[in-house]
Ligand binder design. Structure first.
Ligand code: MSP
Length: 513
């Protein structure tokens, strides 16, 4: 396994406010990045903002401000979301930055010089909302244009085209011979299905008469480049000077897999003789109360508000636990609160307090060494061995929800272990064997919690740091050698009390106006 790791997210459109879909993708990539760092990989995590295009130009015009002023404003809002979610990105690229524009123009010029970009004229259907030309393939079965295209008009225009079609056979070959390039597998199959139809060349310019807010073509100043050509290049432009290319993983949503990431981007790179990214990790779509989550839907549930009311870690946990990577998921206040109370508060939070309490009462706050070793202890340790193995395997596949599921099986087993051992009874007994059992019980729970906090650090970094500090252990910065059952907690002094997941009062009921 290479020791360096370069991971990116899609760069969000600068044409609205951040929503759940944006938040989820950053959290998913952040968990993977934090896990990679803890695994000793030299990690670089990039995210950013997609700032050009017609919608930005139109909004700026409406507000009578310069587009740059608008995108500066929006960038600040998106960046503050990253802060609220405790995202550990190493870089933030904005497509209006000089470092980016230089690379886009260099790409365009190189393709033009190689004869891979040509000028042509086309009369076609054009969607203003999607800023793209449409073909009959894009029509709904009844012949109408799907709503996502907004107003569709027939336009005749001279434009520049990238010779995309000639890469089709190569692309099919690449995707077929690199089974992990598009993950999960069913998404890859969809792309291969899509590639059974012949591809067209890609229009990569927009005349300035229609769109000025873009990167100018270096060989024709009357045109700017198409937003996707501009946006995709961010992954390369951000690290061009750092020697970090190729990316290991591009984390993206299913709506922008094909054609942008699965077709345009690999073909652009191939044409430029640049190495391809290793993997596209394609996540599903969030709905909120079973409706599409989007700015226009004006969803009644303020999803991002949960990161403020319940803390970033609880929010990160919920998103990672609820969405099986690759599939769709639904967000609701009810499921959020249930997970907060049951998984976090009762199962994990109470377990920590039980430990602190008993160690405080019976051992003056110092974690004892394990003495008795009976079937209950052996079973718990053996379950941990399985859990650690599953965790590693699931994370290698980016299946965070499955990893969390098995960690919670282990946490539940620790709770059951305490019930079975009944340390509150052991503490009253005068039998030396019971005292030895009590030692073991508290030592095992402390060690189990240390292990749990270590593996959960990428998902809930602040909470896990706090947990570890409260059991007298240093925060977890590496996984190496830290996932084996040990006796390192023995002798540590625990805190008197630690509230990891406070009870949250529900907001006052909304009185209808
Ligand atoms: N600007 C382009 C991406 C360019 S990448 C070179 C774009 N922006 S976006 O703001 O519309 O979406 C950004 C990311 O958020 C995409 O990966 C998209 O799939 C994801 N999501 C947006 N809404 C979503 C949900 N409701 N659920 C999950 N993710 C979705 O596309």
């Amino acid at each position: 396994m290479p020791s360096s790791f370069y991971i990116t997210t899609a760069i969000d459109y600068a044409n609205g406010s951040p929503h759940l879909g944006h938040a989820y993708e950053k959290v998913l990539a952040d968990v993977i990045a934090r896990h990679a760092r803890m695994s000793g990989r030299q990690t670089y995590f990039l995210t950013g903002l997609d700032e050009h295009g017609q919608k930005v130009q139109q909004t700026a015009q409406k507000r009578a401000i310069e587009p740059q002023v608008l995108v500066d404003e929006i960038a600040a809002v998106f960046q503050s979301m990253l802060g609220n979610l405790n995202i550990s990105n190493d870089d933030y690229i904005r497509t209006t930055e000089v470092r980016h524009k230089i690379v886009v123009q260099d790409f365009l010029q190189r393709l033009f010089d190689q004869g891979l970009i040509y000028k042509g004229q086309k009369s076609d259907w054009y969607s203003t909302r999607q800023e793209q030309f449409l073909t009959d393939k894009d029509r709904a079965p009844d012949g109408s244009w799907p709503e996502i295209y907004g107003e569709v008009t027939q336009t005749t225009e001279e434009n520049y085209y990238f010779k995309l079609a000639q890469f089709q056979e190569w692309l099919i070959g690449h995707i077929s011979s690199h089974p992990d390039f598009i993950t999960p597998r069913f998404r890859r199959n969809q792309v291969l299905e899509f590639l059974k139809e012949p591809m067209n060349d890609l229009c990569i310019s927009r005349p300035k008469s229609r769109l000025t807010w873009g990167i100018e073509l270096p060989f024709d100043k009357d045109f700017v480049t198409y937003v996707w050509f501009d946006a995709l290049t961010n992954y390369y432009s951000a690290v061009a000077a750092k020697g970090l290319w190729p990316a290991d993983v591009h984390v993206i949503g299913k709506d922008i897999l094909s054609p942008p990431h699965a077709v345009y981007w690999p073909c652009m790179l191939k044409a430029l003789n640049i190495e391809l990214p290793r993997q596209l990790l394609v996540h599903g779509w969030w709905t909120v109360n079973n409706q599409k989550a989007s700015k226009s839907a004006g969803n009644a549930t303020d999803t991002l508000g949960f990161a403020t009311s319940h803390g970033a870690d609880a929010f990160r946990f919920y998103l990672c636990r609820e969405m099986v990577v690759g599939q769709d998921a639904d967000f609701s206040a009810l499921t959020f609160e249930n997970r907060y109370k049951a998984d976090l508060g009762n199962n994990l939070g109470n377990l920590v307090n039980r430990l602190l309490n008993m160690v405080g009462r019976s051992y003056a706050g110092v974690i004892p060494a394990a003495h008795a070793d009976e079937d209950l202890e052996k079973a718990l340790r053996s379950l941990w061995v399985d859990t650690a193995k599953k965790y590693a395997a699931d994370l290698a596949e980016f299946q965070i929800s499955h990893a969390l599921e098995s960690v919670w099986v282990f946490i539940s087993a620790m709770n059951a272990y305490i019930e079975a051992r009944a340390p509150w009874k052991l503490a009253k007994s005068t039998d030396p064997l019971d005292r030895a059992r009590l030692d073991s019980c508290l030592a095992h729970v402390a060690e189990g919690l240390r292990l749990v906090a270590t593996v959960l650090t990428p998902v809930m970094p602040v909470t896990c740091d706090k947990l570890l500090m409260n059991i007298g252990r240093p925060v977890a910065i590496t996984l190496a050698g830290q996932l084996d059952w040990s006796s390192v907690c023995t002798g540590s002094t625990v805190a008197a009390e630690c509230i990891l997941f406070p009870k949250i009062e529900p907001p006052p009921a909304q009185v209808p106006a």
